[in-house]
Design a protein around this ligand. Structure first.
Ligand code: HEM
Length: 416
C-alpha cells in the first residue's frame, strides 16, 4: 500500500522491498536490530510502516530535527486517530495523559523548570549512597547464590526501582508495595499487552495514583530531602505545582526511570561480554567507566522510539507527512548513523563524546539522564570488577515490549 501523504518518486515504505523486515516487536529485532536499522538508513530514509500507519525516521539528522526543531507535538491528542474525550478514557489513559511527556508549551516548560530547580546534580549526588547500598545488596545476593544468576531478577530489575523509591521519599515500610506497583506499571506501559494486561494497567494506574497521593500528603506533613518535598517547597509559592501536576510528574518519573535504566545495563553487559577486548580494557582502567557508559548507551539502546505528531504537514527528504500522523524517531538507528559516528558498529570505549540520542534531545530531553548514568556506572563497574570470570550462561530471553528492548531474564555465570 502506498502511504497517503507520500510525495516521493518511489514507494517509501517496505512494500515491494525484498530486504525489508521491519518488525520491531519481534524477538529477532530485540536481539539484534542493527541490520534492520542499516537497511532503513540506506534504503528507506523515511519509512512508511504500514502496519501502524506510521512513519519511521532513522537518520541522525532527521531524528535530531524531529526532537529539536520540527513543528510536532508529543500528546497523542494530536494524532488523527486519537480516541478523544478524556471523560471516556480509562484510568490508565487518564494517568498517562497527565505525564510530562504528553505536556507541551507553557505547561511543559513549567514542569521542566520545577524539576530543574529541585532535581539537581547535587540531588543526584545525594542519591550516591542509596545507589551504592542497593547495588551492595544485589552483589551480596549474587555472591552468595549459585554459580549462575539472573541479572534481571537479582540486580537490574530491582536497583532502579529502589533508587526511584528513595528519590521520591517512599518510606521503608512502603518500599515493597512501591516496587510491586512500579513493576506493574512497567507492564502497563506496553500497548502490546492483551485485554488482561490492559485491565491490570487500569488497576495499577489507580494503585500508583493512590500511593503517589499518599506520598505527597506525607511530604506535606513531614518534609524530607526527597524530590516531592523539594517540589512542595519551591519559592515563590505561585511557582509550585498543583496536586495533579505533581501526580503526573511523579508518575512520569516512575514510568520513565525503571525499565529503561535496567535495560540499559542489561544491554551494556551483553555488549561487553561479546567484546572481551573492550571488557579487558575497562577492567584494566576502571576509571574509564564514565566514558564506557556513554559509548555503551550509543552502541546498544534500551528505548526504541520517540513518538511525535506533526502539528502541520512536514517534509523529510522529499516525503510529505501530514498533520496528525504518527512519526517515530528510531534512536538506536540514529546512534549508529555513519554520517555522524565513525565506524559506528564498533564498540570503542575510548570513542570521543558525540551527539548520542539515547536520552533524547531538545525540550523533552530525559530528566533522569544523570541519575541513570550514575546507576549504570555503579552496576556495570561493580559487576565487572568483582567477577573477573563473568560470562554469559544463557542468551537473554526477551519479552515483547512496544518501546523498550526488554530482557525478561539474562543468566550470567559469575565464576569464582
Ligand atoms: C538508561 C535509562 C534511560 C533512558 C535510555 C531514557 C530515555 C529517555 C528518552 C529517550 C526520553 C525522551 C522522550 C521523548 O523525547 O519523547 C526520556 C524522557 C524522560 N525521562 Fe528518561 N531515560 C532513562 C532514565 C530515566 C530516569 C532514571 C528517569 C527519572 C529519574 C527518567 C525520567 C524521564 C522523564 C521524566 C522524561 C520526560 C521528559 C519530558 O517529557 O520533558 N529517565 N528518557
Amino acid at each position: 500500500m502506498h502511504p497517503p501523504e507520500a510525495r516521493g518518486s518511489e514507494p517509501r515504505g517496505g512494500g515491494g522491498c525484498a530486504g525489508c523486515e521491519f518488525r520491531p516487536f519481534s524477538e529477532a529485532y530485540d536481539r539484534d536490530p542493527h541490520p534492520t536499522h542499516a537497511h532503513l538508513r540506506e534504503h528507506h530514509r523515511v519509512y512508511y510502516w504500514e502496519e501502524l500507519d506510521a512513519w519511521v525516521l532513522s537518520h541522525h539528522a532527521d531524528v535530531d530535527w524531529l526532537l529539536k526543531r520540527a513543528p510536532v507535538g508529543t500528546s497523542d491528542l494530536h494524532w488523527a486517530r486519537a480516541e478523544a474525550a478524556d471523560a471516556e478514557a480509562s484510568p490508565w489513559d487518564r494517568l498517562r495523559r497527565q505525564t510530562i511527556t504528553f505536556q507541551e508549551g507553557a505547561a511543559h516548560a513549567r514542569l521542566r523548570s520545577s524539576v530543574s530547580r529541585t532535581f539537581t546534580p547535587a540531588s543526584v549526588a545525594r542519591l550516591g549512597p542509596a545507589i551504592a547500598a542497593a547495588v551492595d545488596e544485589a552483589m551480596e545476593r549474587i555472591g552468595a547464590g549459585p554459580g549462575s544468576f539472573d541479572l534481571v531478577a537479582e540486580m537490574t530489575g530491582r536497583v532502579p526501582i529502589q533508587v526511584l523509591g528513595r528519590l521520591m521519599g517512599v518510606p521503608a515500610e512502603r518500599e515493597a508495595q512501591f516496587c510491586r506497583h512500579a513493576a506493574r506499571l512497567q507492564n502497563a506501559i506496553n500497548p502490546l499487552g492483551d485485554a488482561a494486561s490492559r485491565a491490570d494497567a487500569d488497576a495499577s494506574a489507580l494503585a500508583v495514583r493512590g500511593l503517589i497521593e499518599e506520598m505527597i500528603a506525607r511530604a506535606e506533613r513531614r518534609p524530607g530531602d526527597d524530590l516531592l518535598s523539594a517540589l512542595l517547597r519551591i519559592e515563590p509559592a505561585e511557582d509550585r505545582l498543583a496536586r495533579e501536576e505533581l501526580v503526573g510528574l511523579a508518575t512520569s518519573i516512575l514510568m520513565a526511570g525503571a525499565e529503561t535504566t535496567g535495560g540499559m545495563v542489561n544491554h551494556a553487559l551483553a555488549a561487553l561480554l561479546a567484546h572481551p577486548e573492550e571488557l579487558a580494557r575497562l577492567r584494566a582502567e576502571p576509571e574509564r567507566i564514565g566514558a564506557a557508559v556513554e559509548e555503551l548507551a550509543r552502541f546498544e539502546f534500551p528505548t526504541k522510539f520517540v513518538t511525535r505528531y506533526p502539528l502541520e504537514p512536514i517534509e523529510v527528504d522529499g516525503t510529505r507527512i501530514g498533520a496528525g500522523a504518527l512519526v517515530f524517531g528510531a534512536l538506536g538507528a540514529a546512534n549508529r548513523d555513519p554520517a555522524v559516528f565513525r565506524d559506528p558498529d564498533r564498540l570503542d570505549l575510548a570513542r570521543p563524546p558525540g551527539p548520542v540520542l539515547s536520552f533524547g534531545a531538545g525540550a523533552h530531553f530525559c530528566l533522569g539522564a544523570a541519575l541513570a548514568r550514575a546507576e549504570a556506572r555503579e552496576m556495570i563497574g561493580r559487576l565487572v570488577a568483582r567477577f573477573p570470570a563473568l560470562a554469559v550462561a544463557e542468551p537473554p530471553r526477551f519479552a515483547p515490549h512496544f518501546n523498550v528492548r526488554r530482557m525478561e531474564s539474562f543468566r550470567l555465570e559469575r565464576g569464582a
